[in-house]
Write a protein that binds this ligand. Structure first.
Ligand code: NAD
Ligand code: GLY
Length: 370
């Protein structure tokens, strides 16, 4: 079954189509969006190796001139040098403003190609074909595009909404189990932040989602996208409620920054530890019961994801260093610590002016060094 969820952004509204066999249908679905004659597929070598032929066959049938740009896989690709190289390759392909970029891959390809689309000749349309669970439930929807710099992740970027998102669940069949689990951390995030019934459903059906059961996967992706679409439509530029989507991210980013962004700790794994920490810190502040915090932690751990500082290689971590990273977070205003905390399962809120002393005590109680 194919499900279509609309992201209601007025003249920039677009559909997220979720289902099976969508890569094979991409040509027919994308061609009507191309005002010009050319289309550039941006992908990584791993994704292209698995699914490139199927996509190019489908696009080839649509009568467009297609160029394909394959980048190295991994977070290191999301940098200024690669942005420059990609922009140059797009210029060499003589794409003009009526043409279109297809971002075909995980969040790395989506963020980089989306940012290139935002700035190429002052903006060109793009379509997302996300191929990781994380990208299908989160990064391909909502228009955040960015690259990393040595000073931090996603610090240079733009809001640039895609024209269409095609989430082909079949693409996930080739995804390594570790990457599936990392993507699942973003799925459970939606239940934890705003939908207790979805959280309960995931407690029961999480293993089926991770194992790739077609019905469970379809429901999990669709419910996640539905929640993201609703939040983005209300708060596209993160003036308020969209910040809830960063549940677990401030704690998680601090750990990523400490161990180095990349294979050592995948983004989704960092979000998993961070979400469990956000719930435990909320309990420590008397905002919710410790039973609820433990329930959140167990649901995340049941997916084989890390939930404690001790689960992350590279420790022990110094509390002050973690807090220094947290103060650099994009949500922080004027150096004040801002965290997404919870009053219950499915009831998160943005806490501004978090007390650094209390946070420090909490991190030390979690095993960080004073
Ligand atoms: P990724 O793009 O690096 O993909 C993970 C790995 O899986 C890569 O090695 C890739 O080659 C491989 N892969 C992708 N699809 C595959 C498939 N179908 N079969 C086999 N292998 C496949 O990582 P990701 O987890 O998708 O995305 C992480 C990035 O997303 C981070 O840079 C993060 O900052 C960003 N992100 C952005 C947003 C946003 O709103 N823009 C939200 C969340 C995360
Ligand atoms: N991944 C967080 C956001 O899109 O806002």
């Amino acid at each position: 079954m194919t499900r279509t969820i609309s992201v209601g952004l007025g003249e920039r509204a677009y559909d997220v189509v979720i289902g099976h066999g969508l890569i094979a249908e991409a040509g027919g679905r994308i061609a009507p969006l191309v005002k010009g004659t050319r289309l550039a597929v941006v992908t990584d070598t791993t994704v292209f190796g698995h699914h490139g032929d199927a996509l190019l066959d489908s696009l080839g049938g649509a009568g467009l001139k297609i160029g394909c740009i394959e980048l190295p896989p991994g977070e290191e690709t999301k940098n200024f040098q690669m942005l420059e190289a990609l922009s140059d390759m797009l210029l060499m392909q003589e794409l003009d403003r009526g043409d279109l970029i297809v971002a075909f891959g995980g969040g790395v390809v989506g963020d980089l190609a989306g940012f290139a689309a935002a700035i190429y000749k002052r903006g060109i349309d793009f379509v997302q074909i996300p191929t990781t669970l994380l990208a299908q439930v989160d990064s391909s929807v909502g228009g955040k595009t960015a690259i990393d710099t040595p000073r931090g992740k996603n610090l240079i970027g733009a809001f640039h909404q895609p024209r269409l998102v095609l989430a082909d669940l079949d693409a996930l069949a080739t995804l390594p189990p570790r990457e599936r689990r990392a993507g699942y951390a973003e799925v459970i995030k939606y239940g934890l932040l705003g939908d207790f019934a979805f959280f309960e459903w995931l407690e029961a059906h999480g293993p089926e989602v991770i194992d790739g059961d077609a019905e469970a996967l379809s429901h999990a992706v669709a419910r996640s996208v539905e929640m993201k679409a609703e939040i983005v439509a209300e708060d596209e530029r993160e003036a308020g409620r969209r910040a809830l989507l960063n549940l677990g991210h401030t704690f998680g980013h601090a750990l990523e920054a400490e161990v180095g962004f990349g294979e050592a700790l995948l983004h989704g794994e960092a979000v998993a530890v961070g979400s469990a920490q956000a719930f435990r810190f909320s309990a420590a502040q008397g905002l919710l019961s410790s039973q609820d915090a433990l329930r959140a932690e167990r649901a995340i751990a049941a997916a084989g994801l890390p939930v404690r500082l001790a689960d992350v290689a590279g420790g022990p971590f110094a509390a002050d260093r973690l807090i220094a990273h947290m103060a650099q977070d994009k949500k922080a205003e004027g150096g004040r610590l801002t965290l997404v905390l919870a009053r219950g399962l499915g009831d998160a809120f943005v806490a501004k002016d978090v007390d650094a002393g209390r946070l420090r005590d909490f991190l030390i109680s979690e095993g960080a060094t004073p």
